[in-house]
Design a protein around this ligand. Sequence first.
Ligand code: HEC
Ligand code: HEC
Length: 366
Amino acid sequence: MSKKISFSLVGLLVFLMACRQTNPVKDEAHYTPTPYQLKVPSGLPSFSVPASNPMTVEGVQLGRMLFYEPLLSGDNTLSCASCHKLTYGMSDSTNKFSKGIDGIYGKKNAMPLFNLLWASKFFWNGRTSSLEEQALKPIQDVIEMHETLPNMVAELNQHAYYPALFKQAFGTSMITAELVGKAIAQFERTLLSFSSKFDFSNGGVSLTPSEYRGWQIFKGEASQHLTNPSLPPGGDCFHCHGGEGNPLFSTYEFFNNGLDSMPDSGYFSVTLNPADLGKFKAPSLRNLKYTAPYMHDGRFDSLEQVVRHYNSGVIYSSPNLDPNLKKHKTKPLLLEEQDIADLVNFLNTLNDEDFTKNNNFTNPFK
Ligand code: HEC
Ligand code: HEC
């Protein structure tokens, strides 16, 4: 190991080794993990943590180490954090696609990781339904980390300190792939991001006039200005991306937002229902400043391009195009330059810089 390990971590390890020597057999008897208290702001929808994987301080810390651990990849060069970088909202820098250990690029834009507690399906097409299960996929993906689970488990079991850390977190030093998934999932559930300008704006009241106008566009029906001329035209964004009453800024449901006439199969590949062809998970619109480029294939580099897509680029012939966009064929959004600028300014009030610098989420080996 050439890596530096922080002082507190070394202290913990020395302590763990000592425990191990004095009590080599009675694993279970010395399993006293500390429950992890999630600090979730009020006003959010309810969520649940699986009863089979309760969060503990020890489990979260171990999960954080595994998230940054290159041993989890075939040639020990790539960790989860290689493609999910904190400073980019836990997405892969400005890369459209991510490079795996064999130098091969994937075909989807790396998703940001935060507020995962509220999602029940993961990946752009929703192909896994728990974080525990999800974590083992990139490890085995041949164009990502290209490792086998038995190999990974063998390496961890022979490691200087992981057996002791697993014992501390799960009551056993016999490392399994399932426990690796559980630890990583525990860490991922702590990735909360609710400290944006908008969160402290008292429902939008303290935004600049342009940002506030953008908020009205975001949460408005396209035709709102026809019945109430004091309002700007609406953008219909809230239907799929939440907003008022839904501070997650996503419904985490699957929609076709009209990008292509012949879309990728998307959610269809999971449900095999033809009505799901071309549908993708609606992402949260928080932290967009850090997560460019946008969409499942990273086709847009700027938020202005995204808004122009909704305003005048939607492909109405796209199969299963969502009704909330299809209706613009006869009643176009007609956002003008100022409206587009205001909407983009509003989206930028959802950036949480503290999240991208949170010391609890940085590389624990540095
Ligand atoms: C080589 C780059 C790469 C590596 C390494 C990688 N990921 Fe990802 N991750 C991606 C991409 C790309 C996607 C989207 C893929 C898709 O939808 O098909 C993704 C999606 C995810 C999602 C789904 C998020 C959501 O909102 O649905 C989670 C969770 C995740 N990764 C966690 C991890 C974990 C945990 C590891 C390490 C065990 C990891 N990733 C390693 C690139 C990577
Ligand atoms: C019918 C549902 C729907 C509506 C309405 C909608 N979106 Fe989306 N949005 C989606 C889906 C689904 C995606 C992901 C599509 C994909 O990648 O294939 C998405 C992606 C995005 C992204 C890219 C996010 C990322 O991380 O890549 C942004 C930004 C965005 N939408 C903003 C908006 C704005 C602003 C509006 C209103 C003008 C809006 N959306 C209206 C469903 C919708």
